[in-house]
Design a protein around this ligand. Structure first.
Ligand code: ATP
Ligand code: MG
Length: 411
């Protein structure tokens, strides 16, 4: 914490918990208060340099004063019109509804008079787009491992209790936390549907990743649009080049509607078949998630299904159950970390830990995620019995151009 920098006010400071020291500094310590005013500190987070930016946000590295590194997605409220505000509240509610090893976690939302800060799981390995542009296409094995994780995330999002359509899947929104651990990010265009047959009519996303039905000005079904975008991501991963590219939007539109793409012949047959099963112009003929999971290309991949996340509400219930003598190791660990930081029984009872706009929720979710990671929830899929792909140079065309997401009619 920063309390040492602030200096003990009197002997009492030594007896304060980290939480008490921090809250005291935030009210009394001049340096801390100044940092809060100038935005170098937001809530319990110390803000550092920029690590990314998007159409609507700047993303900075930050450190929770009591726990660990996070990413802060910062949005300027004064620049958000009614539509952008609606999308932002969906982004928050979608992220709150999800807990999956391959979906970026939302820990907390901190609001200041001018800005909104989404406190996110930090993905320090950069995004898939930059990785491919800066290095090269992924090997067949690495593609399998990355794609299997994206598939696992999308399968989870589409399961009935979650039912979230991403609508902006693209390589720029696939982040790495480690060398090969992948997280789907940026739920700014996501929507929660009551069932998969709901026709959607808001055209959003990034044109090179948009399915043909989006260009045909039709209503569309969410799952198929996400599946199409996964096909584009897969093509980009294994070839280093985009399947649909053109100098103008009109030409790109035609190219996508006509489904005019060619898979390079050196792409392994099973992968070619998967790409062709996904990139079909008629959405009803396109592969469904389970067909993708069962495809030949992914046959040698073992998913770490046993590590699906535990129900946070169960952990929460156990945390609240102070009489319980048979606490699971994980719950015990979180409770003792919270206690060491200075969070009391009252803090937990007064805050039901469901409201993202609470610093107690923030710490709780960070600790819970830390415990899940220890348990192995971020374990990677394993490719069994496969030879590494020979080192071939991928197509280097179409590099360096980041794809901007738009909320627009794609015509
Ligand atoms: P756009 O709609 O243009 O894609 P956006 O404003 O919705 O952008 P994000 O896509 O969420 O913003 O983030 C922009 C960039 O910031 C990402 O491409 C990535 O480089 C970086 N970034 C976002 N979230 C994280 C994170 N959790 N950890 C590390 N970097 C991140
Ligand atoms: Mg983005």
């Amino acid at each position: 914490t920063d309390s040492s920098e602030a200096g003990a006010e009197d002997g009492e400071a030594d007896n304060l918990t980290p939480l008490e020291k921090l809250t005291r500094d935030m009210c009394k310590d001049e340096k801390t208060m100044k940092e809060l005013i100038i935005g170098r500190r937001v809530g319990f987070y110390k803000v550092r340099g920029e690590i990314g930016h998007g159409t609507f946000s700047r993303v900075k590295l930050a450190f929770h004063a009591l726990t660990r590194k996070v990413a802060l997605k910062i949005l300027d409220k004064t620049r958000l019109d009614a539509e952008a505000q609606r999308l932002l509240s969906r982004e928050i509610s979608s992220m709150e509804a999800m807990q999956h090893p391959n979906v970026v976690r939302l820990y907390e939302v901190v609001e200041t008079p001018r800005r909104l800060h989404l406190v996110l799981e930090y993905a320090g390995g950069g995004d898939l787009h930059s990785r491919i542009c800066n290095e090269r296409k992924l090997s067949d094995n690495d593609s399998k491992i990355a794609f299997a994780q994206i598939l696992s995330a999308i399968k989870y999002m589409l399961q009935h209790s979650v039912n979230i359509i991403h609508r902006d899947l693209k390589a720029e929104n696939v982040l790495f936390t480690t060398d090969s651990c992948v997280k789907v990010a940026d739920f700014g265009f996501s929507t929660q549907v009551s069932n998969h047959n709901i026709a959607l009519d808001t055209f959003c996303g990034s044109p090179p990743y948009a399915a043909p039905e989006l260009f045909r000005d039709e209503c569309y079904l969410g799952p198929q649009v996400d599946v199409w975008a996964m096909g584009v991501v897969l093509f980009f991963m294994v070839t280093g080049s985009m399947p649909f590219r053109a100098e103008t939007m009109g030409k790109l539109r035609r190219c996508i509607i006509e489904c005019n793409y060619t898979v390079p012949p050196w792409v392994p047959g099973p992968c070619q078949r998967l790409i062709k099963g996904i990139l079909k112009p008629d959405p009803s003929e396109r592969y469904a998630i389970d067909q993708m999971l069962g495809c030949d290309w992914l046959l040698p991949v073992e998913f770490p299904w046993s590590f699906l996340p535990c129900e946070s509400t169960n952990t929460l219930r156990s945390l609240m159950d102070f009489e319980s003598s048979s606490l699971e190791e994980e719950v015990e660990e979180i409770r003792s970390s919270l206690e060491n930081l200075g969070f009391t029984t009252e803090h937990l009872q007064n805050n039901q830990l469901k409201d993202s706009r609470s610093p107690v929720t923030g710490v709780y979710r960070i600790l819970l995620h830390q415990a899940e990671k220890k348990r192995g929830c971020d374990s990677l899929p394993v490719v069994r019995g496969m030879m590494r792909d020979p080192k071939r140079e991928g197509l280097r065309a179409y590099r360096g151009l980041r794809h901007t997401s738009k909320f627009c009619v794609l015509s």
